[in-house]
Design a protein around this ligand. Structure first.
Ligand code: HEC
Length: 259
């Protein structure tokens, strides 16, 4: 017994030392109070809707979200726009369809079942327009990057003037949180860049928080259901533990104590 205890303590200790070493090398990511974190975390509906607006008005110029279709915007657990709203949103975009009877492709307004349009015809075109760097697809970016939402939030707000002695090539920007501190995406968020219809003030931090919330939903659309199930499972386990405890007491109460 003692041996097991000592061994597990040693393992724990070495793990925590390793964690410390790892985190000491990195810059601390910026944090904000995400409503979807924690056992009972839920998305802030208004923030998701504003986040969609930031994506579509700012990020969609360069970043695709090829796995998301307009219909998703009205599903439960997401931004939950009304059907009329989503139809209007979709209709404001054009997608290529076809070929028609003459064998030609044509443009038509998007429908609920259409995916979000791609900003560039192909990867090469995207790279050519961005100094050789590819703006990654954003559908699951929040899950694909180490640091997740905190990382995305930090990159958006991490632009700084380069420290003395650091020179940057044309089209390269200094960012505290990118690997090597260099990024080929310009700083895109500025206070009052867009207009929120719900009166929320348009600060850089607010836009970053909203768009990252939206990206978290797109990467994990069933987060709310998962949290709900997890919570129920825990309640169930607590009740079960109590029941088992009392039935155990009852069963063993029949056995005469020897002392
Ligand atoms: C002008 C085009 C452009 C716009 C607009 C733009 N980006 Fe980017 N973004 C890029 C490019 C190019 C890269 C790749 C940079 C690199 O690899 O150096 C990038 C990279 C990123 C990364 C880093 C991803 C990684 O690989 O770790 C994040 C996060 C990001 N963009 C988020 C956003 C968000 C959110 C918006 C909207 C608010 C946005 N971007 C708007 C071009 C753009």
């Amino acid at each position: 017994m003692r041996k097991v205890l000592i061994i597990s303590l040693a393992i724990l200790l070495s793990l925590s030392i390793q964690l410390k070493i790892n985190s000491a090398e990195k810059v601390e990511l910026m944090k904000t109070d995400w409503t979807f974190k924690g056992l009972l975390g839920k998305f802030d509906r208004a923030s998701l809707q504003r986040g969609y607006q930031v994506y579509t008005e700012v990020c969609a110029a360069c970043h695709s979200m090829k796995y998301i279709s307009y219909r998703n915007l009205m599903e439960k657990g997401g931004p939950e726009f009304s059907e009329a709203q989503v139809k209007a949103i979709a209709a404001s975009f054009e997608v290529t369809d076809g070929p028609n009877a003459d064998g030609e492709m044509f443009l038509r307004p998007a429908r609920l079942s259409d995916k979000f349009p791609m900003p560039y015809p192909n990867e090469k075109a995207a790279q050519a327009a961005n100094g050789g760097a590819y703006p990654p697809d954003m559908s699951v970016l929040a899950k694909a990057r180490k640091g997740g939402v905190d990382y995305l939030y930090s990159v958006l707000l991490g632009y700084e003037d380069p420290p003395e002695g650091v020179t940057l090539d044309e089209g390269v920007y200094y960012n505290k949180f990118m690997y090597g501190n260099k990024i080929k995406m310009p700083k895109v968020l500025e206070d009052d860049l867009i207009e929120y219809s719900d009166g929320t003030s348009v600060t850089e931090e607010q836009m970053a928080k909203d768009v990252v919330t939206f990206l978290m939903w797109s990467a994990e659309p069933h987060l709310e259901t998962r949290h709900k199930m997890g919570f129920r499972a825990i309640i169930y386990l607590i009740i079960l533990t109590v029941l088992v405890y009392f039935s155990m007491k009852k069963i063993w109460s029949r056995v005469e104590s020897e002392v």
